[in-house]
Design a protein around this ligand. Sequence first.
Ligand code: CS2
Length: 475
Amino acid sequence: MPVERLTRGPGAVPRIGIVHLGLGAFFRAHGAIYIAEAMAASGGDWGIVGVSLQSPSVRDALAPQGGCYTALEQGPDGPVARVVDSVQRVMVAPEDPGAVLRLMADPAIRIVSLTVTEKGYCHEPATGRLNLNHPDILHDLAHPLPRSAIGFVVRAMQQRRARGLSPFTVLTCDNLPHNGALVAGLVTDLARRVDPALGDWIETNARFPATMVDRIVPATKPEDIAQVIALTGRNDAAPVVHEPFRQWVIEDDFVGGVRPDLGAVGVQMVADVAPYELMKLRMLNGVHSSLAYLGYLAGHETIADCMADPVLARFARGLWQDEIIPALTPPRGVDLAAYAAALEARFANPAIRHRTWQIAMDGSQKLPQRILGTLATNLATGRAVPRLSLAVAAWMTYVGGVDLRGQPIDVRDPLEARLRALSDAAPNPAARVAALLAVTEVFPADLAQALRPGVTQAMERLVAQGARAAMETVE
Ligand code: CS2
């Protein structure tokens, strides 16, 4: 018997107030759920229009479902399926960028939120500055109908200013350091190049609150779709899968103070997000990325598989205890050892099949804020960093496109061609380390110099012993 398709149920549909750029699984399993709960708790017109900046696939899946989808929580007590209804429709920006701009310039829209991944900001990860050689930025400087997320924000602000409207709040939800200030800098930089007065207007009137977002959301797999059918009796073409844990810390700085009542649903509205953000980027994402490269090279498919291997679990604990926590100042009232213990349990959740290959993607954009900041702090104080050095060496091996057994790796990274060419041209492991440390978009020159001896040694051990043994003998 054919299974019925999930559709929007009867009842009032809230009016829209948010445009979300980059409607991937993460936002659908995190921000969209909090916003649905905030509207249920306190009302408000905060319905979401999602915008896909690339492919039509999410729009095509959600349109017949009225924007609704299933969120499948995978916890220790078994799966729980819930329908999320805060997304009302999805637009595909390349099909009609003008329509997206018109919507963003509509007075009903008070917030534009973003999850466009690290590379979607078109910036240089090592400096945080706009990459003026990026093809999308070059395009957006020359054409009024943009391609990049930053371009959409700038051109929509331009239309709002021309119409005498106030700007919207730009709410970035990506794992970037000082993400609010970073996006403010990128938007005002591009705006000033379009029209200096627009840049000044944005700088004075718009708001870019910083956020820390957290929930582990692996890519949806065919077996998840089958599980949703088994649990709900409905066919959903685009469910999302997530762990029970969630956290959202937001700097409470919105245009006119206007926002959903997020505090009512457990979002931490604070004056300073930075300590939370640093803790999360370095402790969660830093260890995720370390395990992604080392775990992949050790033959582990998922993070849970890594944590089920005692050698890797011990390695992760060593990373937290000896290299990451000592270099961090905790947010007030947070016990970092307890935070690490909670992360260990989250990573070990066997129902979350989060692939090492998925986390390994776009490493050139992730390494600086996840790993290199901790390395810089430790090297400045003379603390030993054998595990993080091994993680950097594993990344360098990974982006060479061939694993330690000679098997090809499907590397996905905006710099992949260059990283591969540098790696191929290096006659030996030490030369490969030197060549990759010279990639200044990733490694600032002074840090590269300080890292070289330790990473070279780590690389030699990695090549000689293999990933698992190198982790086992690290000290
Ligand atoms: C992961 C993150 O894919 C990755 O790079 O490290 O998506 C991670 O799962 C989230 O930041 C958790 O909040």
